[in-house]
Design a protein around this ligand. Structure first.
Ligand code: AMP
Length: 542
């Protein structure tokens, strides 16, 4: 016997329509320089319709990719809805990636229109000659800045002013692509993740569960996590669905900017990577702000240190919610809330549990398997690779032959090595991905190694992540000079060589010279050994 419920397509258009009908007065606030820019959902939904008309006039059709190069702001939010709801695919680009990766990504995604924040124009102008697929540039401001080399180029507000405020939203299939993001691969170029309307719809419901992020209409939500990083963890879709007031920091991400915004807009919930909140914590030691509106701070993207969780709660009365996820998972995976019967545990134990990555949320199945592919017991001791499946988890990378390695019997392999305790709390203990996560952004160890090993005086190099108080992890390069140069190779020579290829953020914080890189039985670099050896290494201050 079949169920007899409607085959209702889970697309983003009804979420937008709900915001228009039910919450036209709710505000969307963006920090723009010293002032705040305010729109209401009523204005926003009309502007979204104008934007869809404007995109159509630029030639954007169903399935076409529209890229953004922008901070968290109200115009970016408009693109989050106009592009998918007209049937095209939103593609936010990570502002922090090196030029060669951005060029690759734009070409691989075959982006046709690129929206650029006025503050980021110089970076895009430099890239533009390599961006062969882009047919139109749109500067996200009132007018096209004089002298820009981009062409053909339009201004966002002029496009909207000349477009109709009515748009006949098409009927879409829930499995149509809505958005895409690229994530760093351990080897080679970044890999594309394509989200569907259905996955975003279900993920938005997932974020609204009290046992996950618990977003509600009553919240004032400030996404500090960038809109190019897993679509700001999917939060813009959930907040529009719910009619939540939104506060965007724009490019103003210094601790003082964030504290002022929380205070003035009475933010109740915010989300971002630990590095940001460590900065805020340090500021709050020195300066006073009224952050009493804040009922929660969601921390993910990298491990939230237990000391940070405790300091926020004990000193500032701010409740920290630790969450784990991935670009491939939209990103919601686990959230670390205590179970009701754990509330009575001693304080130290409660904090230790909450510093774990947490319980899988409804909608995400988990298991962890050892190297032979056997499931490990949930005893908090055995460890294995965490694998996941669910309706907002990737089924394959976009046009990428590396896809096959990432799946096992219908499960997605996260590359995170975990223990799972008898209560089901996941704890990350290592990762198989050979990457460094600095301030929430990936740095490829192998890219650095390849360039270092191209130096004529270098025999071998292994780059590992070592703990860092601010960035959580920073790269350390372990270098073996060729025998003839044992006493004749300096750190400065290696840095000079690296600077020809990498921006400052990607350079190792230190270089150590070693006799040989430890090897596994099959002769591969055994970085586990180096990571263990250098786990307490004191990096020099920047
Ligand atoms: P991304 O796709 O850039 O969001 O990176 C996802 C990866 O970041 C995960 O596979 C983990 O390695 C790491 N990560 C994310 N959240 C956490 C967390 N709460 N604790 C530790 N690592 C995390």
């Amino acid at each position: 016997m079949q169920g007899q419920m409607m085959d209702y397509q889970l697309t983003l258009t009804p979420l937008l329509e709900r915001a228009r009908r039910l919450f036209p007065k709710k505000e969307i606030v963006t920090k723009a320089g010293p002032s705040l820019e305010r729109f209401t959902y009523g204005e926003m939904t009309e502007r979204v319709a104008r934007l869809a008309n404007a995109l159509e006039k630029l030639g954007v059709r169903r399935g076409d990719r529209v890229a953004t190069f922008a901070w968290n702001n109200a115009r970016h939010l408009e693109l989050y809805f106009a592009v998918p709801c007209m049937g095209a695919v939103l593609h936010p680009l990570n502002l922090r990636l090196p030029a060669d990766q951005l060029t690759y990504i734009v070409a691989h995604a075959d982006d046709q229109v690129l929206f650029v924040d006025p503050t980021l124009l110089p970076a895009v102008e430099k890239l533009a000659p390599q961006l062969k697929s882009i047919e139109h540039y749109v500067v996200m401001g009132d007018k096209v800045p004089e002298g820009t080399t981009l062409s053909p180029v339009h201004s966002y507000e002029e496009l909207l002013a000349n477009a109709s405020p009515e748009y006949p939203w098409p009927h879409l299939n829930e499995n149509d692509a809505a958005a895409m993001c690229y994530t760093s691969g351990t080897t080679g170029n970044p890999k594309g993740v394509v989200y569907s309307h259905r996955s975003i719809y279900l993920h938005s419901l997932g974020l609204s569960m009290i046992d996950s992020f618990g977003l509600t209409e009553r919240d004032v939500f400030m996404p500090v996590v960038p809109m190019f990083h897993v679509l700001a963890w999917g939060t813009p879709f959930a907040t529009v669905m719910l009619g939540t007031k939104l506060v965007f920091p724009g490019p103003h991400l210094q601790p003082r900017d964030l504290a002022e915004l929380i205070q003035s807009e009475k933010v109740t919930l915010t989300a971002g990577v630990p590095t940001l909140w460590l900065g805020l914590l340090a500021l709050l030691d020195k300066e006073r702000y009224d952050l009493s509106s804040l009922r929660g701070m969601i921390v993910g993207g990298a491990a939230a240190p237990q000391s940070m969780i405790e300091a926020f709660e004990k000193k500032q009365g701010i409740h920290v919610v630790h969450a784990w996820g991935m670009t491939e998972m939209s990103p919601l995976g686990t959230v670390s809330h205590l179970k009701s019967y754990q509330e009575g545990l001693p304080e130290e134990e409660r904090f230790a549990i909450r510093a774990k990555q947490g319980l899988s949320v409804p909608g995400v199945d988990i298991r962890a398997v050892d190297e032979s592919g056997k499931e490990i017991p949930w005893d908090g001791k055995a460890f294995g690779e965490l694998q996941v499946r669910g309706p907002w988890i990737i089924s394959s990378y976009y046009n990428d032959e590396r896809s096959a390695d990432s799946f096992m019997d219908g499960w997605f392999r996260t590359g995170d090595v975990v223990t799972i305790d008898p209560e089901g709390f996941v704890q990350i203990v290592d990762r198989t991905k050979d990457l460094v996560k600095s301030g929430g952004e990936w740095i490829s160890s192998q890219d650095l190694e390849n360039v270092i090993m191209a130096h004529p005086k270098v025999l071998e190099a292994a780059v590992i992540a070592v703990p860092h108080p601010k960035w959580q992890e920073r790269p350390l390069a372990c270098v073996v000079p060729k025998p003839d140069y044992k006493d004749n190779l300096t750190k400065a020579e290696i840095y000079d060589h690296l600077r020809t290829r990498f921006d400052k953020m990607y350079l190792p914080d230190d270089i150590v010279f070693i006799d040989a890189v430890p090897k596994t039985s099959v002769g591969k670099f055994d970085k586990k050994v180096l990571r263990q050896q250098y786990k307490d290494y004191q990096l020099p201050e920047a």
